[in-house]
Design a protein around this ligand. Sequence first.
Ligand code: HEM
Length: 252
Amino acid sequence: MSTNASSNPVVRPGDNVTTQNIVASHRALAFWHTMIGKKIVMAVTGVVLVGFVIAHMLGNLKIFSGPDEINAYSRFLREVGTPELAYGQLLWVVRIVLLLCVALHITAAVQLSRMSWAARPVGYGVKRNIETTFSARLMRWGGVILVAFIIFHLFHLTAGAVGFYAGQFKHLEVYQNVMAAFTVWPVAIFYIVAMGTLCLHLDHGIWSMLQTLGWNTARNERTLKFVSRAIAIVVFLGFSSVPVSVLADWLH
Ligand code: HEM
C-alpha cells in the first residue's frame, strides 16, 4: 500500500468520529506496511515478551522456597483480581495479550525478512555483511526453535498433555509437576538447550529493540550491549537453574 496523499486522507475540523477512526486505522495500516513500522512493532511486542520472560523466570525461582510457595503462586495467578473479576479472568487477558504480541512479532519478523531479501542486490562482486547475515540467521532459526519450544511447553507443563504418565500431572501442583517433568533427563536437557537458544535470541534481540526505539547513542552503545547480554545470561541461568537442580537432586 502506498502512503501518498490520495491514500492518506487528512482529518478536518468537523469530521465525525467515524471518519476520524477510519483515518486513524488507515494511518496505522500505512505505518505497518513500512519497514520502520514493522521494526517498531517488533520492538514494542519484544518489550512485552521480554517483560513476561523475566516475570516468569522470577516466578519459577519460587520453587526454591518449596512446594507451598510455588503452588500458592500458581493459585494466586488465577485468583488475582477476584472477586471483582472472575477466577482466571486476568490470566486470560494476559494470555491473549501475549498471544497477540507473539503473532505480531513473528508476522513482522517474517515480512521484514522478505523485504530485506527482495531488496538485497544479487550477483558477483556484491560484498555481503557477514556479521549481519549471521545474526539475522541466528535470530530467525532461534525464533523457529523458540516457537517449537513454547508449543511443546504449553502442552507439557501447562496442560500436562505430553511428558507425563496418566494421572501424574496435577492442575495447580506446579512443584510436583516440575519435579516429575525434569526427572526425565532428556526433557530437562531439552529445556536447558531451549533456554540457551532463548539467551542468544535475547542477547541480540534486546540490543536491536533498544536501537529501534532510539535509545542508543555513540556513548552508551557498549553499555546497552552489555545490559542486553547481562539480561540474556540472567534469564538463562534463572530458567536453567530449575531443570539443573532437579537433575542434580537438589530439590526434593
Ligand atoms: C526451565 C524453563 C521453564 C520452566 C521450568 C517453566 C515452567 C512453567 C510452568 C510450571 C508453567 C505452568 C504454571 C501454572 O500452571 O501455574 C508454565 C507456563 C507457561 N510458560 Fe513456562 N517455564 C519455563 C520457560 C518458559 C519460557 C522460556 C517461556 C516463554 C518464552 C515460557 C512460557 C510459558 C507460558 C506462555 C506459560 C503458560 C502460562 C499460562 O497461560 O498459564 N516458559 N511454565
